[in-house]
Design a binder for this molecule. Structure first.
Ligand code: ATP
Ligand code: ZN
Ligand code: MG
Length: 498
């Protein structure tokens, strides 16, 4: 890596008379840095009236922008006392950073704050006119990482995520091959919701979804000792910044705006317009809204982790086993929406677990046993389990890699007969189970008395459980397996529409 910085300090007074002293001071500062990093060189020192011009190059771990800030402090201390001059302003007139990439870029990229040029495997970031605050904020290292990451992702594009089946049930003869959503709509169990990707569940569909919830609680969460918690639906950006969701999927959130005020005077014109035109005047509305600072729940775990932020958990309370079934997940699925299985608003139960590595590996076995019991003995499903690497783990080296199966994500997938042949059609991911190492533990600074903590979560999608079950077992309760009929054997009588 080569860092080449051109800078100047503007002093409060003319410094030409102390030019020699300044040069000596810079030299001794330079030799001090050499003890840490031999490659740092302060060069091309020029003095004109009250301005000191110089360059700093480095090829090592000590970044010129850090050297620059230290030099400023050093000079201010020394010359402030002796000559009553201080550094008024730091100017960076040019900052080029060249580094070798692992792979040759396939095309040009752009990043904020700088131009990026490539020559074979060498990338050069060219910054112009940056200020002191910019340097202090550690943006430079993150810009270098972002360039490497963007080039790396050029090689992944279109490749999808890592996927490997690790367990498969026996083939089951489907009882029909219809799309359960379409049939439920025909039967008036379900209505398309008022906005995109939402549904209105009438009593029959609701009974099935609620049965799914009951089965998850009775067969998994209660036996394993999970405790229910209730969290907020609204997630402030700082939580998503910590979990990585903010950079991971900003295009999938539903954003939340607060009113700028509840002062009736401020809203008077909006109310007048609404009463007179019987329309919503969006421009007038926007005048009275604050910009969003939060979004609607995407998954429940971020707020659960936040609730443990900075806390030390007693050994007695480990493993922590909690779940939320209240917050409703919202995701902007755009073109992917389909039936009740890919919606913008869905009902999930999310168990979250925090404990030692051994506790969580054991828990994963126990969760798997409970889940297998449900899908084999209660639903009688044709399904499989696959090892996958989700987006947020792909950058993180070994996590999710086959070589270590301690951490990573397991997807549960069901055959959907209405989609076609079991070999060639896409199966539905109806839930997942992750152990995420210390990623969120670190992000939220969660501690134990002596042990290192890990965490994980499992997303139980009630719409997906329902879609998978009905796609194989039909809408007729007489067809349903005995185990399921113990939970629900008769559907409510619906409303008759004329
Ligand atoms: P997909 O790849 O299908 O989009 P995902 O990887 O985004 O799923 P996760 O974030 O892992 O899903 O969420 C866990 C669970 O939440 C899924 O297994 C599924 O049960 C449910 N889920 C996710 N997205 C939806 C959706 N749009 N509609 C209904 N359920 C969903
Ligand atoms: Zn989660
Ligand atoms: Mg998704």
């Amino acid at each position: 890596m080569i860092f080449d910085l051109k800078s100047s300090f503007t002093f409060s007074n003319d410094i030409s008379s102390i030019s020699k002293e300044l040069q000596d001071s810079i030299k001794s500062f330079n030799s001090k840095i050499h003890q840490k990093d031999k490659t740092v060189e302060i060069k091309d020192i020029k003095i004109k009236k009250n301005i000191l011009y110089f360059g700093i190059i480095s090829e090592g771990i000590f970044r010129p922008h850090n050297a620059l800030l230290q030099l400023k402090n050093e000079i201010s201390k020394e010359f402030g006392k002796k000559h009553h001059v201080g550094v008024r302003e730091i100017k960076i007139t040019g900052y080029n950073i060249s580094f070798e990439l692992e792979k040759k870029p396939l095309k040009d990229i752009t990043i904020p704050f700088a131009d990026v040029k490539f020559k074979d495997k060498i990338a050069t970031i060219i910054l112009k006119e940056v200020d002191e605050e910019f340097l202090q904020r550690n943006y430079i290292d993150r810009m270098i990482n972002r360039v490497s990451e963007k080039v790396e992702s050029q090689y992944y594009e279109g490749k999808g995520e890592f996927w490997k089946a690790i367990w498969e049930s026996a083939e089951k003869k489907p009882l029909w091959n219809k799309d359960p959503t379409e049939e439920m709509v025909k039967n008036k169990w379900l209505e398309q919701g008022p906005t995109k990707g939402k549904w209105f569940y009438r009593a029959q569909a609701t009974a099935i979804l609620k049965t799914m919830e009951k089965i998850a609680i009775e067969e998994v969460l209660k036996p394993l000792g999970f405790q229910e918690v209730i969290e907020s639906h609204i997630v402030p950006f700082d939580i998503w910044l910590k979990t990585g969701h903010m950079e991971g999927m900003p295009g999938e959130f539903y954003y939340v705006c607060e009113p700028a005020t509840r002062d009736t005077q401020a809203w008077e014109r909006f109310v007048d317009l609404t009463k007179i035109t019987k329309e919503v005047h969006i421009d007038e509305l926007m005048n009275n809204l604050s910009p969003p600072k939060a979004g609607i729940c995407y998954a429940q775990c971020p707020i659960i982790y936040w609730s443990f932020k900075g806390k030390t958990i007693s050994e007695k309370s480990l493993p922590v086993l909690v779940y939320d079934k209240t917050a409703i997940s919202n995701r902007y699925e755009s073109g992917g929406r389909h039936g009740i299985e890919r919606v913008d608003e869905f009902h999930r139960i999310e168990p979250v677990y925090i404990g030692t590595r051994e506790q969580l590996l054991k828990l994963r076995e126990n969760l798997l046993d409970c889940y297998k019991h449900i899908f084999n003995d209660i639903f009688d499903l044709e399904w499989r389990i696959a090892w996958v690497t989700p987006w947020y783990m792909q950058q993180a080296g070994k996590i999710g890699d086959e070589s270590t199966q301690d951490t990573g994500t397991i997807d549960f997938e069901a055959y959907m007969p209405y989609r076609g042949d079991r070999k060639t059609s896409e199966w539905l991911e109806f839930q997942n189970l992750s152990i995420l190492g210390d990623k969120y533990i670190k992000a939220f600074n969660i501690k134990a008395q002596k042990n290192e903590l890990w965490s994980g979560c499992s997303g139980i999608g009630l719409e997906r459980w329902t879609a998978a079950f009905l796609a194989q077992k039909s809408l007729d309760p007489n067809n349903w397996p005995e185990g399921f009929r113990k939970y629900l054997d008769k559907l409510p009588v619906g409303i008759e529409f004329l």
